[in-house]
Every structure is written in C-alpha cells, then in structure tokens.
Design a protein around this ligand. Structure first.
Ligand code: IVH
Length: 670
C-alpha cells in the first residue's frame, strides 16, 4: 500500500473503531458483530505495524494494551488535586449549607453526586486527544499512568463535538464489582490468593507495568470535574452534561447518580436514597458528594488549605455490628492453599444473617490479634464478603486464648508450609489430601476447562469417596456399570456422563493444558504456552529460559511448570490421558481428524449433552462443513429437540440422513 493511502486508511479505521467502541461501552449499542469489529482492529494493527509513523495517539490499538511502562514518572499537576472535607454526620451537612448561605450572595444551587470508591485520576486533553493521565499522588504531583489509562474503554481517546482545545478532566477509576469477582475467580483458578477489595485492586492495577494486564482487568471510570482556563462553562452540572457530549462516561441523572437541587431537603433526600440503595449499585461508593453548582459562586467561596469550601463529602457509616468469634475453621483449596474462615455467632448485618467472615491468611489474624471468643466488630461496607475490622478489647478476658494458625493440614494432617514472600500457607500433600484431589478434578471438569457435561462437584465427591477415582485420569476408565448405581444416577445420567467424557476428547490443547491445574497456569497463560510450544511434550522438555521467553511467562510460572513435570505422578497421569485420546498438541484448525471431510452438515434444534455451537465446532474440527440451510448438497442433518417440522420434512423429502445427538457421536467415533 502506498504511504499516503496507508495514512488515510489508518485514520479512517482509527475513527471507525473508536466510534464503535464508544457506541458499545457508553451507549450499550452495537452496529457491527464482534467478529467484524475484531477484523477492523486486526487490519489496523497490521497497518500500524507496517507504518508505525502514522499511528495516532488516539489509536484504538492502545486499548488492547501491550506497551510496558518500566518506571512511572512523577508529574506535577497543573491544578493541585485537592481532597474533600468529610463528615459522617447529617447535622454537619446542614451546618455547612447554612454557612454557605451566609457567605454567598444570591441563591445557591447544589449538585449531589455519588462518591465513587476508587482512585482519583486527572486526564489532560489537547485538541481533543488524550495526552496524559496522572494519579492524585500527594495532590501536588502524581504518577504518569497514561498507557494504562488508555486501555480503559470508557475513557475516550479522541473527543467529539465542541470540546475546549486544552483542558483537564478529573474522575474516579474503579473496579466494577462483576469484573472484580471475575478477577478473583481467575486468581483462584491459578491457585493465587483472592484480592481483598476493589478499591485497592483498582489502585494496584493502574500501577502495573504491562498495560495488557490492565486492559484485561476491565476497570471503569466516572468523571466528576472539568478544569481549564477560559472554558466558557457556567456551572458544574452543565459541564458534566457537556462532557457527555464530548464522549465521556458521566453519571446518569435518570438513575439518580447525579441531581441538581436548591434545598437542604433535596440534599438529604439524595443522601437517604443512596444510603438505602447503595448495595444495588454495580460498583462501590463510600458516600455522596455535594457541590455548589455555579463556578462564580465556587470561586467566591474559595478553598481552605486542603479542600474547597464549596464542596463536602458525606460518608456512609460502614454497617458495623459486634458479635462473638466462636471458632476459626481452615479451608483447603485445590492447590493446597489454606484459608482461615471465622465462624461467628449469627448476627444481622445489612439485611442478611452473617455467620462467617473471611480472614484471608495468618497475617490478617496476627494483625487483628484475634483471640478465641473475642467480641469482634464485623463490617460490610458495601463489600461482598463481610470482614472483621477490630476487637472490642474491653470484653476480652484472660480466658480468651490467642488464635494460633494451624501447623498441620486440617484434612490430611501433613505439615503446612509458608514459603518466603508468600502470604498463604500450603499443604503439599497434593496426592493424598482429599480436598486437593476433589478440587483438582472439579477444576478439570469445569466449564472453562474440559467442560464435561453430566458431571458435577457432587458426583465427583461421591466418586472420590467411593474410591472409584483418585485423579482426573481415572474419569476416563469409568464404566457404565460403575456409575449407574450411584446416588441420584440412572441410565440416562450415566449415559450423559460417559458421552460428556467422550466429547471432551475433542477439547483443544490449550484448554486441556488449563484443565491440568498447574499452579499459576490460568486460561491466558495456558493459551500462551500452547501457542508458544505447540505440544505438551515441548512444554515438558522446555528449559527454564525457553519458558520465560514466551510472552507473559515469568519466572514464577516457569518454576511452577517445571515443578509440575518433575512430579512423576503428574507425568503418569498425562500419559494416561494421552492414551485415551485427549488433545496434547495444537491442531491447526484444519481438523483434529478428517473423519467428516467432504461432508456438509446442518445442525438444528436443542441438544441435551452439548450446545449447538459445540456440535458445530466438533464438525469443523473433524473436517466437516456447517451449512445454514438444507439443500441437496447437505449430507447430514443433526437434529435436536424442537427442530422445526418444515426443516425435518425438507430433509426427508431430499433423502438426507437425519442424525440424533447419539447417532452423531457414533458417526464421529466410527
Ligand atoms: S470532587 C476538590 N466528586 O473523593 C475536590 N471527588 O477527597 C474534587 N471522589 O480522592 C473532588 N467521587 O477522587 C469529587 N463525585 C466525586 C467524587 C470524588 C469520589 C474522590 C476523589 C478524591 C476524594 C476526595
């Protein structure tokens, strides 16, 4: 492509992709399919690789991440980043409002907003392009986190409309609760300890050197202030509305996230509403903020040394109750990580009965200096799991024994180990410790792993307890007779289970690798390893340096992978899985087999063991072709329940073979 044409195409694609991105993330709409979006992005990535000189600062490829910031430089704020004066008392809000009325001429209007519980950020735009994003730091200078902030999809890289040429916008970057939970699930998957709270995790995420990791975590941002010279804006509320036109995510007044009012009653109504409803929000807030709307009046009121007089934060009292710590129980996860859990005397908190609280690790017990039968304070400050925040020492007696973290595994008795630099204690008896055996098998059969239909955690428990299985490799030796008589099994369930196992032999290598449950090898790492080495044998034989040469594979993962293969038992299990036919190498999409080569399939209806997409994938992996409508060229129709009678008739009129789900599996297995 000619240079001039490439430049034009890069600009066109950047604008087009940014537009689709904004539509999707800000307006919940999409004009094109995910596939078409990915194609546009791929085209742009490839053009930018050929002509890097034409890549824009606002290129949507920056959203994907990948740039590494070795050291985040310190930058002085153009406008100091002040904080708000806080109060927990409604009286003080009333006093504040009365004071303001006395101090200012004219009528006052207020804007009530949510106080997002995240990390403050100042973002500079020049001529409509995002130039720099700085954390609050000490208020005078903060850290340059621009590369990471560019990955946050709701922060525009290029503005629309009549934006000022040079301005700064400030807001709060936060972790949506859904994404925070997802991240913690992924952490559990790789045997890492969960993160304790969304705010600290958002803050830590912004400082990560690899922007790709930041992009994957799914941070979000609400904006709450526009700063600059000669902005031609009269008030805060108007500037928030303007910012929406420029492409920012701003609070929605229809959801009561922001409200303009001219009375203390209006302010109180807002406070009471959110005190009651804050647990329904998909993100955490720790209070509400009230600001004088008019900029001129704001200027007249001015600042104290630390905060503006024209704004105040009302912080919600975290709901806190006192109850008795009855005991500490220790749970052993699939990787052997031991998590202490507090058993509490049942108590009502925030509308639910709380009986347990997570204690995370031994450091936490030590920090709280917990003693048995202590009277403890439990809080649920909008967070998901209640936590113990302190002890009522007045009620402690000499009989309250200090809690000593256990030294032996509560399940198998073997000695626990806490490695240097780690916060968690581990039981290393992985082959005999029952919850680790069960946990590994449950992980193996999970939806994101081998996705074995017809087999759930309860059945795994029974199978392990009856000693029918000791490892996930044993699953493939199960017979119909062994399982049909188990509790709550019957002919149909037993059949489904065996079918699920059979179909799992088609699961691609990267997922098989993830299913093995190697510590620190989550979905993404498994994909990287599979792509980098192509087969399990190559991974097993890889030298340490070869492992860390793969993108995103660090020393910790490399050591864990090597340790896994040093265990003879693991190698044995893999050999058995190889023998039953699981995928242990990357099959280029040409096909796992060519069994269905040259055959056209129509898949229709609802299936019991698999989804329609899974059946289609298996067809393609085995060389067959999926076609959308029945014609004389169709060889087979795979018919599930509810397949339309017209389709069935057409197929039989044309003499096409109609297969049930079972018959399809038989065809596949020859
Ligand atoms: S206005 C001059 N509005 O609360 C003060 N701050 O101490 C400008 N925060 O870390 C701040 N939600 O990041 C403002 N709606 C909101 C806010 C908000 C959260 C944070 C802010 C800062 C702290 C203020």
């Amino acid at each position: 492509m000619e240079k001039a044409q490439a430049k034009q195409e890069i600009e066109r694609l950047s604008n087009e992709i940014n537009r689709h991105n904004d539509l999707y993330y800000l307006e919940n709409k999409s004009e094109i399919s995910d596939y078409d979006f990915d194609m546009l992005l791929e085209k742009l990535i490839s053009l930018e690789q050929q002509f890097p000189e034409f890549a824009f600062d606002y290129s949507p490829t920056k959203r994907v991440g990948g740039d590494i910031t070795k050291k985040m430089e310190s930058v002085v704020h153009r406008f100091p980043m002040l904080s708000l004066s806080n109060t927990y008392s409604e009286e003080e809000i009333i006093d504040w409002e009365n004071r303001l009325k006395k101090l200012s001429d004219g009528k006052l209007e207020y804007v009530c907003e949510l106080k997002y519980d995240g990390v403050a950020i100042g973002i500079q735009y020049e001529n409509g392009t995002l130039k720099q994003a700085i954390t609050r730091g000490d208020g005078t200078q903060g850290e340059n986190v621009t590369t990471n902030v560019r990955t946050i999809k709701t922060i525009p890289l290029k503005l629309k409309g009549d934006f000022p040429a040079d301005f700064e916008i400030r807001g709060e970057i936060f972790f949506p609760l859904k994404n925070f939970q997802k991240l913690n699930e992924q952490r559990l998957d790789i045997g890492e300890a969960e993160f304790a709270n969304p705010r600290n995790t958002a803050s830590g995420t912004l400082k990560i050197q690899d922007s790709k990791v930041v992009a994957e975590r799914g941070l979000d941002c609400y904006l709450y202030g526009v700063y600059g010279y000669d902005l031609e804006l009269d008030g805060h509320y108007e500037s928030v509305l303007k910012a929406k036109d420029w492409g920012f995510k701003v609070p929605d007044h229809q959801k009561n996230f922001i409200k303009k009012t001219d009375s203390i009653d209006g302010i109180m109504e807002f406070i009471h509403y959110w005190d009651k409803h804050r647990s329904e929000l998909p993100f955490e807030i720790d209070g509400i903020v009230v600001k004088v709307n008019n900029y001129e009046q704001q200027q007249e009121l001015g600042f104290t040394a630390k905060s503006p007089r024209w704004a105040i934060a009302y912080k919600f009292k975290a709901e806190r109750v006192e109850t008795i710590l009855e005991s500490v129980q220790y749970q052993v996860g699939r990787t052997g990580a031991v998590t202490p859990v507090a058993n509490l005397k049942a108590v009502q908190l925030g509308g639910t009965t709380v009986k347990r609280a997570s204690l995370h690790n031994s450091d936490q017990i030590e920090k709280l200096d917990l003693h048995l039968l202590d009277s403890v304070y439990v809080e649920k400050g909008g967070e998901i799991i209640p936590k113990i925040v302190g002890v009522n020492l007045d009620k402690r007696t000499s009989q309250n024994e200090k809690i000593q973290f256990i030294e032996n595994c509560p399940e198998c008795g073997s000695e626990l180990v806490r490695r240097e630099g780690e916060v968690q204690h581990y039981c290393h008896n992985e082959n005999l410790c029952p919850p680790q055996i069960k946990g590994r098998i449950e992980h193996f059969i999970g939806r994101k792993a081998m996705n074995i239909d017809g087999l759930g955690a309860e059945t795994v428990d029974v199978l392990v307890e009856k000693e029918l299985i000791h490892s996930y490799a044993d699953l493939y030796d199960l017979t119909f007779d062994q399982i049909v008589n188990l509790d709550r099994m019957g002919d149909k369930s037993a059949d489904n289970l065996l079918k699920g196992l059979e179909l799992s032999k088609q699961v691609p290598f990267e997922r098989v690798l993830f299913s093995l449950g190697i510590r620190f090898v989550g979905e993404t790492v498994a994909k990287k390893l599979a792509k980098g080495f192509k087969s399990i044998d190559a991974i097993q034989n890889a030298k340490f340096d070869e492992l860390i040469n793969v993108d995103e594979i660090g020393e910790k993962i490399a050591i864990s992978v090597q340790n896994f293969f040093l265990e003879e038992r693991n190698v044995e299990v893999i050999n058995r899985l190889k023998a039953v036919g699981l995928q242990f190498q990357i099959e280029e999409k040409v096909g796992v087999t060519e069994k269905l080569k040259g055959m056209n399939f129509v898949v229709s209806g609802v299936f019991t063991s698999f989804s329609r997409d899974e059946i289609k994938e298996v067809i393609e992996l085995n060389g067959g072709k999926n076609v959308s409508s029945i014609s004389s060229k169709t060889n087979y129709v795979v018919a599930g329940e509810n397949m339309g009678p017209a389709k069935l008739k057409k197929a039989s009129d044309l003499g096409i073979i109609i297969l049930s789900e079972d018959e399809f599996i038989q065809l596949l297995n020859g």
